[in-house]
Design a protein around this ligand. Structure first.
Ligand code: SF4
Length: 340
C-alpha cells in the first residue's frame, strides 16, 4: 500500500484512469488530484529520503506519446509493453536502478487501453509476437490498485497472433485465476535461493508464497487454478556461499509445487551490474551485503559502449552446466528459454 497516491489531471478524463481512481478509493486510500502533470514533493533531505518518498508514492499518469514506439526486449520477448514504470519492492540488486531517471516513484498508466491497442501494429502474420509487461515494474505488486495486468490479460486473450508475458515476485493471484486468457499469457514467477530472497528482496512475497502462487496459476481450472502456461525466472543467480545446495533446495521446492503436468518454461539470469546501477544502489542501500566487486567479474560491453560486470567465463560455465543439468533432471519437458 502506498502512503501517497496522486492522479494527474489528464488521467481522470480516461475511462481506465477513472477505474483506477475507484479501485484506489475502494482500498481506503486518499487521492491527491494534481493541478498539473508534474509530480512534485518527492525530494527529501538526502537520497535515502527521496528514495523512501518515491517508493511510497503511486502516481497515475498518462504514458507519453513516445510509449507508442515499442522497444525490442530480447531475450525474454519480442517487444516491451509497459503498463507502469517503477516498483514498490526493495530489491538491493534492482534492475531498474540506473535505467529509470529520477526518484523511483511508481507511475501507472491511465491510457493503458490505448497502449494495448497500439501493440497490434507490431504483430506479424504467421508467427506469435510476444509482449513483455514486466520490464520496468512488478505487475502484481501494484495490480490490486491498478487492475492493469487484468486489462492486459483480457486484451491478449482476444489476440490470436500474440502472447503476453509477465513476471512477479508477489503472490496475489486470486484476481487472475478466472480471466479469459485463452492460453495467450505466460505467467512467470521470479524465484531465488532462500538466502538471496531473504536478505536482498525486501518488500516482496516469500519464496514459499511465490511457489504457491505459481502452483495456483498453473493448476487446471477444474482444480481451482488459473490454467495458465507458466514460467520460472531464476534471477539473479548469485554465487553465494554454498550456492549449489541453496539452489538445489529451490529446484526441489519448485518440483514439489508443480507436481502435475503443466506447460512450463524457465529463464536463467545471472547477476550483473553496471557502474551506474552500482552507484544508485549503494546510495539506496548503503549497508547492502551484495557483492559489487568489479575485480572478481568480467566486463561485457554492449554495442552502445555501455559496460556491464558479469561473472567470469569459468564461473559462468560451471553455473550454466549445473543449472541446465539439474533443471532437466527435474523438468525434462520444460524448455530452458535462455541463459544469460
Ligand atoms: S521486484 Fe524487480 S523492479 Fe521491483 S525492486 Fe525488485 S528487482 Fe526492482
Amino acid at each position: 500500500m502506498p502512503k501517497r497516491v496522486v492522479f494527474t489531471p489528464d488521467t481522470l478524463q480516461q475511462p481506465f484512469g477513472q477505474q483506477m481512481f475507484e479501485r484506489v478509493k475502494a482500498h481506503g486510500l486518499e487521492v491527491e488530484k494534481l493541478k498539473s502533470n508534474r509530480i512534485t514533493g518527492l525530494r527529501g533531505a538526502d537520497e535515502r529520503e527521496t528514495y523512501r518518498n518515491a517508493k511510497n508514492t503511486l502516481a497515475v499518469v498518462c504514458a507519453p506519446p513516445s510509449a507508442l514506439r515499442l522497444q525490442p526486449t530480447p531475450p525474454s520477448a519480442d517487444w516491451q509493453m509497459n503498463l507502469a514504470e517503477g516498483c514498490p519492492a526493495h530489491c538491493q540488486y534492482c534492475y531498474l536502478a540506473g535505467s529509470l531517471a529520477g526518484p523511483p516513484v511508481v507511475r501507472a498508466y491511465a491510457n493503458l487501453p490505448e497502449l494495448l491497442q497500439n501493440t497490434a501494429r507490431y504483430e506479424q502474420p504467421g508467427r506469435v509476437t510476444s509482449f513483455e509487461v514486466s520490464c520496468y515494474t512488478d505487475v502484481l505488486g501494484i495490480e490490486h490498485l491498478t487492475g492493469g495486468l487484468e486489462e492486459c490479460i483480457r486484451y491478449y486473450g482476444t489476440r490470436e497472433g500474440a502472447q503476453l508475458r509477465f513476471v512477479s515476485k508477489y503472490d496475489r493471484v486470486d484476481s487472475l485465476l478466472g480471466l479469459p486468457h485463452h492460453g495467450r499469457t505466460r505467467a512467470r514467477v521470479s524465484l531465488n535461493a532462500e538466502p538471496v530472497a531473504r536478505r536482498l528482496e525486501g518488500g516482496t512475497a516469500s519464496v514459499e508464497a511465490r511457489l504457491q502462487a505459481l502452483r495456483r496459476l498453473a493448476l487446471p481450472r477444474e482444480q481451482g487454478g488459473g490454467g495458465y502456461p507458466v514460467g520460472v525466472v531464476l534471477a539473479p543467480i548469485m554465487q553465494i556461499p554454498n550456492w549449489r545446495e541453496h539452489y538445489l533446495d529451490l529446484l526441489d521446492r519448485i518440483a514439489g509445487a508443480l507436481d502435475f503436468p503443466c506447460d512450463l518454461t524457465v529463464e536463467f539470469i545471472t547477476h550483473r551490474f553496471t557502474p551506474g546501477s552500482k552507484d544508485v544502489l549503494l546510495q539506496w542501500y548503503p549497508n547492502t551485503s551484495l557483492d559489487f566487486d568489479e575485480a572478481t567479474r568480467a566486463v561485457k560491453r554492449n554495442k552502445f559502449g555501455g559496460t556491464k560486470y558479469v561473472y567470469q567465463p569459468d564461473d559462468m560455465r560451471t553455473m550454466k552446466q549445473f543449472f541446465y543439468q539439474e533443471w532437466q533432471k527435474r523438468f525434462p519437458s520444460a524448455p530452458v528459454q535462455y541463459w544469460t
